[in-house]
Design a protein around this ligand. Structure first.
Ligand code: NAI
Ligand code: NAD
Ligand code: ISE
Length: 337
């Protein structure tokens, strides 16, 4: 059986996912698209040669009986409404992060999914599928370097546009670390503090950049993440876990090393599209394969989306207060065990 997708939001990542489902992965087909910018929706149909209906809005797309699964790649504040409508129609949903922009919004999705009675939703936390993070997790689960004590991370983008605000360093960027790090070490966040070091001259006036976010976990681990979104030199993701017997470091993406004119080096990636390209492929292939095999997606859940939202909310409070803020989440329902 082919999973027939309806896509809501045909911007940057919407197009990336349409391309991979159409040209790289197996078992899926795009049959419907919509975007508030209807021109963008019509353009993807032409660009990718799709046999797909262009709908005026998410409601009409979700109602199409040919749509088995909905891919939500609109901007964050629009996600909750589309996901709730898809659950209401009993359709599978792959939703890009954030699942919803508020803790309450995520909880509404969790409750709707539990009421439906089986899992329909997967959230686009693709780092859990990245081979580097998977290797790190294997080494940690096998206790190869002993108990983890501290983690040092960096999430660097070369630049951001004028719509990017100080809180988005948390909700748009850090959110990937928020999801992957507690999964990596099987621990829960307890509190967070945000520090603003000297500001880069490259940040627009309204943006505080860089930022350092320091978490404490329930077992007492310290996790420090530098978010620096005007670093200029490239897209750079770093993660080093310091354990009792040694350290474990996320591998850098390898590229050809060139020696020339007295210098040796390799090129760096300049945006997120290629750094996690294999992980994006794997998460969507897994979404389709799991639906076919078990009738439920097996990737990051709506509950993971909720945990990311409660954690992000505390980080934004910590940005504003300058104090250490407690991270409080509800207890995990058995449904997501
Ligand atoms: P974008 O701005 O390029 O595209 C968003 C598209 O959604 C636009 O075409 C816009 O017209 C459309 N849109 C907005 N509201 C809509 C609505 N209510 N109904 C229909 N269409 C709507 O944004 P981008 O970069 O593609 O990001 C989209 C989502 O993907 C965001 O949630 C973002 O956080 C996430 N994302 C995830 C990444 C990852 O690494 N997992 C990387 C980049 C984005
Ligand atoms: P984008 O702005 O390029 O595209 C968003 C598109 O959604 C636009 O075409 C916009 O017109 C459309 N849109 C907005 N509201 C809509 C609505 N209500 N209904 C239909 N369409 C709507 O943004 P993007 O970079 O593609 O990001 C989209 C989402 O993907 C964001 O949530 C972002 O956080 C996420 N994202 C995730 C990753 C990742 O690494 N996982 C990377 C990039 C973006
Ligand atoms: C973007 O939305 C993503 O999700 C990327 O993975 C991240 O690196 C970037 O900072 C975000 O803006």
């Amino acid at each position: 059986m082919t999973v027939r997708f309806g896509v809501i939001g045909t911007g940057a990542i919407g197009r990336e996912h349409i391309n991979r489902i159409t040209n790289t992965l197996s078992g899926g087909r795009i049959v419907a698209v919509t975007d508030v910018n209807q021109k963008a929706a019509r353009e993807v149909v032409e660009t990718f040669g799709l046999d797909a209906v262009v709908y005026p809005d998410d409601t009409s797309l979700i109602a199409d009986t040919n749509v088995d699964a909905v891919l939500v790649t609109s901007w964050g504040p629009a996600h909750e409404g589309s996901v709730l409508k898809a659950i209401d129609a009993g359709k599978y949903v792959f939703c890009e992060k954030p699942l919803a922009t508020t803790e309450e919004g995520c909880m509404r999705i969790v409750e709707a999914e539990m009421k439906h009675g089986k899992r329909l939703v997967q959230v686009g936390f693709m780092r859990r599928y990245d081979s580097g993070y998977v290797q790190l997790k294997d080494a940690l689960d096998r206790n190869e370097a002993g108990e983890p004590l501290m983690i040092y991370c960096a999430h660097r983008n070369p630049d951001v546009d004028e719509k990017y605000t100080t809180d988005m360093a948390i909700t748009d960027t850090l959110v990937h670390e928020i999801d992957v790090l507690h999964w990596l070490v099987n621990d829960d966040y307890q509190s967070v503090q945000v520090i603003f070091p000297k500001r880069t001259k490259r940040a627009l006036d309204h943006l505080r950049d860089p930022q350092v976010i320091i978490f404490e976990t329930k077992t007492g681990m310290h996790i420090s993440v530098e978010v620096f979104v005007n670093c200029k030199f490239g897209y750079d993701i770093q993660c080093e876990v310091v354990c009792e017997e040694g350290t474990l470091k996320l591998p850098d993406v390898s590229g050809v090393v060139m020696k020339k004119e007295g210098r040796q080096g390799s090129t760096l990636l300049m945006d997120w599209k290629r750094r996690f390209i294999d992980a994006y492929d794997k998460e969507l292939q897994d979404f389709m394969d799991s639906i076919q095999a078990s009738g439920e997606p097996q990737g990051p859940t709506a509950w993971d989306g909720y945990i990311a939202a409660t954690t992000a909310d505390a980080c934004v409070r910590a940005q504003q207060s300058g104090q250490r803020e407690t991270i409080a989440s509800a207890d995990k329902p058995d449904f997501y065990a």
